[in-house]
Design a protein around this ligand. Structure first.
Ligand SMILES: [Cu+2]
Length: 442
């Protein structure tokens, strides 16, 4: 006990370098050159925090600070984060490692870091007031513990959480198995589900929003700013996700079936897994999924349709089937640029060249090989090709479909379908059938 304390004090005598990264591009996996060997993850639009070894202890330096994050080309937002970015860098460690994390607070208010899901002594849990005094602006605290169980975890503040998470303070914390052959995959992706409420034309999130966020992001990026997940045909692929938004996200993968292999508490035994195409990642949870990659461009997205949209108002009436021509002609006499919206659905929004306020993303955006993709927000593409080299994560462009494997247009005759006889409604008559026999028995 005495020995461990002495080591801590020596370690705290000098700070490890605080590495800063400001590019929103995916950085290559950080291959460990010191400490135990492991198979590194890649962070979508992110990076892994380097460390130094000091007397057998892995030392990291996190700096909590205001940052500017590009959400997608055309929109930058003022956030709070760590080491130049929101989310903060991924921290990768190995079961059995003793780690020491220095946290310097360069925010205008106090903070702490909670290591979400990590088994550790209560006093290292980072809850302001409960397990430690808050870290005042300008101060540095040290967290030190030994990793006991491998899995997918997160970190975030436990001081003024509502503000600090609404501003983007969070990161992923990966504990690799001690034996690098355990749970080994060919590609291991990781990202956070997060959300912001940024009024069109502004650049700082509204921190009091409870549920009605308008920017649904992965690692503080919205499609088409989210990296594709690139793999080689037949690769075993893992995707790890953590949810620090205020709602759940049913994450859906097209193409191959996957299994959920990791939860908040570590790995699921093989015999307890089942095939899925969608897994709901609830608030405060982590999930790891695994699949064998099949060639193609596979959409990968949250299945709450509003979460694959960017900035939009939700107080808009449904206009499908409403003929707005007369009223539009009248309004145009007063407002020459007035546009009719939503009469045939909202897909036109994907192609509409509508002037937007500065620093605002279009509601649906992104061009595919066949036209507008019609999604923004929590959407990316799993791109699997036969000729991707190990360690290559570069976007390979769009998939070239083999002959006879692509949907095509039918150009023959189109006779009217025979319809069964029954009541019909025209534009002016609403037929209402009232229930018979009253409500006895209810
Ligand atoms: Cu969602």
């Amino acid at each position: 006990m005495l020995g461990a304390t002495a080591v801590s004090r020596v370690g705290a005598a000098s700070l490890p370098e605080a590495v800063i990264q400001t590019s929103p591009d995916m950085q290559p996996p950080l291959i460990p050159t010191t400490g135990r060997p492991y198979n590194p993850v890649v962070t979508l639009n992110g990076w892994t925090l380097p460390w130094r070894m000091k007397n057998g202890v892995k030392e990291f330096h996190l700096v909590a600070e205001p940052v500017v994050r590009e959400i997608a080309p055309g929109m930058k937002v003022n956030l709070w984060g760590y080491n130049g970015q929101s989310p903060g860098p991924t921290i990768e460690v190995v079961e059995g490692d003793r780690i020491r994390i220095f946290v310097t607070n360069k925010l205008p208010e106090e903070t702490t870091v909670h290591w979400h899901g990590v088994l550790l002594p209560s006093g290292m849990d980072g809850v302001s007031g409960l397990t430690q005094p808050a870290i005042r602006p300008g101060k540095t605290f040290v967290y030190e513990f030994v990793l006991q169980r491998s899995g997918t975890f997160m970190y975030h503040p436990h001081a003024d959480e509502m503000t600090q998470m609404a501003m983007g303070m969070m990161g992923m914390f990966i504990v690799h198995p001690k034996d690098p052959r355990q749970m080994k995959v060919d590609r291991d992706f990781v990202f956070l589900l997060n959300a912001y409420d940024v009024d069109p034309g502004s650049a700082t999130p509204k921190v009091n929003t409870m549920l009605d966020f308008n920017l649904w992001t992965w690692n503080s990026r919205a499609f088409p700013g989210i990296d594709p997940l690139v793999a080689r045909t037949g690769d075993r692929v893992r995707i790890r996700m953590g949810n620090l938004t205020m709602t759940s996200h049913p994450i859906h993968l097209h193409g191959p079936h996957f299994e959920v292999t990791g939860t908040d508490g570590g790995w699921i035994p093989k015999t307890a897994r089942w095939p899925e195409v969608t897994t709901d990642v609830a608030v405060g949870r982590m999930r790891a999924i695994e699949f064998d990659a099949l060639a193609g461009d596979w959409a990968f997205h949250c299945h709450k349709a509003h979460h694959t949209m960017n900035a939009m108002g939700h107080d808009v009436p449904t206009m499908i089937g409403v003929d707005q021509k007369d009223v539009a002609d009248k309004v145009r006499k007063l407002i020459p640029d007035y546009m009719v919206m939503g009469e045939r659905g909202m897909a036109d929004m994907g192609e509409m060249e509508m002037p937007l306020p500065d620093n605002t993303l279009p509601m649906m955006t992104g061009q595919g090989p066949f036209g507008a993709i019609g999604m923004g927000g929590m959407f990316s593409v799993v791109k699997v090709r036969d000729d991707v080299k190990p360690g290559d994560y570069k976007d390979p462009g769009w998939y070239k479909h083999p002959a006879k494997t692509l949907a095509y247009e039918y150009t023959g005759g189109l006779p009217n379908p025979a319809r069964a006889a029954g009541p019909t409604a025209d534009k002016t008559t609403l037929i209402v059938r009232k229930p018979m026999g009253g409500h006895e028995g209810h």
